[in-house]
Design a protein around this ligand. Structure first.
Ligand SMILES: [Fe+2]
Length: 129
């Protein structure tokens, strides 16, 4: 499987780390279904689940950063808005065009970029707060 949890992803906040691990699990699930051939129904269900989870996770994380007066808080919020916009665009495309290899790759890219870049550049700065 693609992504393994590593201590380098730790934010110092157990609940946020737990939520990030759930996103890792979503990515693994997506890779697994891409390999064996994802169905339209599965992708629809997956996108709803991951969208819902992402929104609630972002809210939680933003509150934590605000409470901790974390310097990365404002930047975190901006990036979350961008990530959600990218996700919504993928979701709209899926509704109009249906399943495609390109869309699945886009989804995978969205989750991967969030996990690897966003967590490593922004979320781990919670440790210093
Ligand atoms: Fe974040």
């Amino acid at each position: 499987m693609g992504f393994q949890w590593d201590d380098k992803y730790s934010t110092g906040n157990d609940e946020i780390d737990k939520q990030h691990k759930q996103i890792f699990a979503y990515l693994d699930e997506l890779e697994e279904h891409i390999e064996k051939g994802a169905t339209q129904a599965w992708v629809s269900h997956f996108m709803s689940s991951v969208g819902l989870y992402t929104r609630s996770h972002f809210c939680y994380e933003e509150i934590c950063m605000r409470r901790a007066k974390c310097a990365a808080g404002a930047q975190n919020k901006v990036q979350h808005t961008k990530l959600l916009a990218a996700f919504s665009a993928a979701q709209k495309r899926f509704e109009h065009e249906g399943i495609s290899d390109e869309l699945l790759e886009q989804l995978k890219k969205f989750l991967t970029s969030w996990l690897v870049n966003h967590i490593m550049k922004i979320d781990i700065r919670l440790k210093d707060c």
